[in-house]
Write a protein that binds this ligand. Structure first.
Ligand code: NAD
Length: 304
């Protein structure tokens, strides 16, 4: 059980479908909290490969992970990997899908899960941008579906958006919230369906505004980051954060919002597209708004 959580487990058996970066972390965190965890991924060895990659990445970045290093193997051992989706979800009370962000793929995976999971199981998606109402038609139980959206769990961002679809029962939303608490995380409840959930939407408003200011030549991005750092006391500003996420990922997310609204104000600036075309993707490519591994915002004189 997690040290800081005293919430009783609202259910016992949890399954994750798709053990990439997110699914692997979530499976380990649920196993640590005392859940029986089963996972499925069609890519052979996916869980172990992602586990190793995650461990190497976090160590390279000198991140202190949410699960202490000396407990990683133990948590990973508790996760059962199954070669068949049927077996992974057969006894699950909550199934969290974490396959790539593609609506058609998710619909297909949801149809498969719906046919194989017990009828009473809650189906949830970890999607960053797809409201679960777009998947509920494939679930065979539209009153038992949720968005359960994690951020960077192993890096200590311990908040999770929880949102229902158009027919989700209140008790299902409550179960999702209790599940999030039981793994030691803070639920951010979205009472009515909203693109971007809770915090993603706040972060997105910031991104849209600062990209507009920079992309149209009004203010230099470093001054925006300086202002943010001085005002909030944070160690990095929005442009440094976008570098961390990956500028290609930022572009895709902004385009989801633009495609939804078709409002030109929602379109990310051309200058961002040009950076991506030059291979300037942020931390992962060594250059984005800043140059890594020694970005200007980390220097002591940056905000003096
Ligand atoms: P990822 O590409 O690292 O992992 C996806 C996994 O799904 C892969 O292991 C792949 O083999 C597997 N997969 C593909 N097809 C499958 C199928 N038919 N059945 C089962 N598994 C299948 O992706 P990720 O970054 O972990 O993202 C997963 C979801 O989480 C996406 O919806 C994404 O938007 C969301 N999300 C990602 C982040 C992030 O920072 N990466 C943060 C929050 C939410």
């Amino acid at each position: 059980m997690p040290k800081k959580s005293s919430t009783p487990l609202p259910l016992k058996r949890f399954a994750v479908v798709g053990t990439g970066i997110q699914g692997t972390q979530i499976a380990m965190i649920a196993a640590r909290a005392g859940y029986e965890v089963a996972v499925y991924d069609p890519r052979p060895g996916a869980f172990r490969q992602t586990f190793e990659k995650l461990r190497a990445d976090l160590k390279a970045k000198k991140v202190k992970p949410l699960i202490p290093w000396n407990r990683w193997e133990e948590c990973a051992r508790k996760v059962r990997h199954l070669r068949d989706l049927d077996k992974a979800v057969a006894r699950a009370e909550l199934v969290l899908e974490a396959v790539p962000e593609n609506l058609e793929l998710k619909k297909e995976v949801w149809r498969e899960i719906a046919a194989k999971a017990p009828p009473g199981a809650i189906l949830a998606t970890n999607s960053s941008s797809i409201p679960v109402s777009r998947l509920e038609g494939e679930s065979g139980r539209p009153e038992r579906v949720l968005n359960i959206h994690f951020y960077f769990p192993m890096q200590g961002v311990t908040m999770v958006d929880v949102m229902g679809g158009s027919r989700t029962l209140p008790e299902v939303l409550e179960t999702g919230i209790a599940w999030v608490r039981s793994i030691g995380f803070v639920p951010l409840t979205v009472n009515k369906e909203l693109l971007g959930f809770c915090f993603n939407r706040v972060w997105r408003a910031v991104k849209r505004e600062v990209l507009f200011m920079w992309g149209n030549g009004y203010v230099d991005f470093q001054d925006i980051d300086r202002a943010w750092m001085i005002f909030t006391g944070m160690k990095e500003g929005p442009f440094a954060l976008m570098d961390k996420v990956g500028l290609d990922v930022i572009w895709d997310i902004e385009m989801v919002y633009y495609n939804e609204s078709r409002d030109p104000k929602d379109h990310p600036p051309q200058a961002l597209k040009e950076m991506i075309a030059r291979g300037e993707l942020g931390v992962k490519s060594g250059k984005g708004f800043y140059t890594y591994p020694d970005p200007a915002f980390l220097r002591p004189d940056f905000i003096r």
